[in-house]
Design a protein around this ligand. Sequence first.
Ligand code: SME
Length: 306
Amino acid sequence: MSVKRTLYLAGGCFWGVARFFSGVDGVSSVVAGYANGNGENPSYEEVYTDRTGFAETVQLTYDPERVSLPLLLQLYFALIDPTAVNRQGPDVGTRYRSGIWWSDEASAREAAPVLSEMQARYGAALAVEWGPLRNFYPAEEYHQDYLEKNPGGYCHVSLRAFRYQRLIDAARLQLEGESDPVARMATLSSLIHREMGFFWVGFYRVEGDSLVVGPYQGDPACLRIARGRGVCGSAWAQDRTLVVPDVEAFPGHIACSSKSRSEIVVPVHDVSGAVCAVLDIDSTEKGAFTEEDARFLELLLSLFIW
Ligand code: SME
């Protein structure tokens, strides 16, 4: 039996953060509480004044053999807006600031690569603090499992984020140990299509100076796309995720289907860091994708070596 570890995450209102992480395979307990403030054992009302320095925080207990600390942190960075200062969603105040706190040296060491990656990605805009835990007090009983006790209660976490959490767990459990990229692309297309309900989900693979259609779910699509052409070819050439709220407003968009109104294309990288494929997702609704989709889909693809 492996030794359980703890981690403390502040990411806005603790009701939604607790619910999100309680679904992650390998997390055995989630306690909502108040961390890194002044004084002892504060009440919700005291923390709510925003004068105590405490942040609404979730204490996670997890089995490091089933979920790694880096994966928990990557999920956390996808869940929150890491650039929002003292705010998440509509909730504003220092009690809603973002923070990652640990109570052992091993966690500090294991967190370092993820934190450097996030520093490189967001630079000065990164608004998440981290370091050793100073103090943590469990919140009142009615805050524990709040959204289970109050279905439909207030939650700043989007329904889509909960779906991505289930999708990521399904992907890592089903694809563990599978090295064949086509098997993974086929399974991921199916899982994303089923869990998220998008109209078209699939991969285009880089072959020479073109993208060639790979495994997908949805209507028959274009077979080949030149580098730099359409949304897919542009995401490849620019090596970045493209969120297109209105495909008709995207210069050079390739209409494989007239039903597609918006799309997101995420590059897939091989071990050398080169783009080897793209993940393309289309919706029949305009404006279906945001930065949140970009964060979760980039995380999903980064779970595998391509
Ligand atoms: N619309 C894409 C082409 C692929 S289909 O959406 C499946 C593009 O402009 O690259």
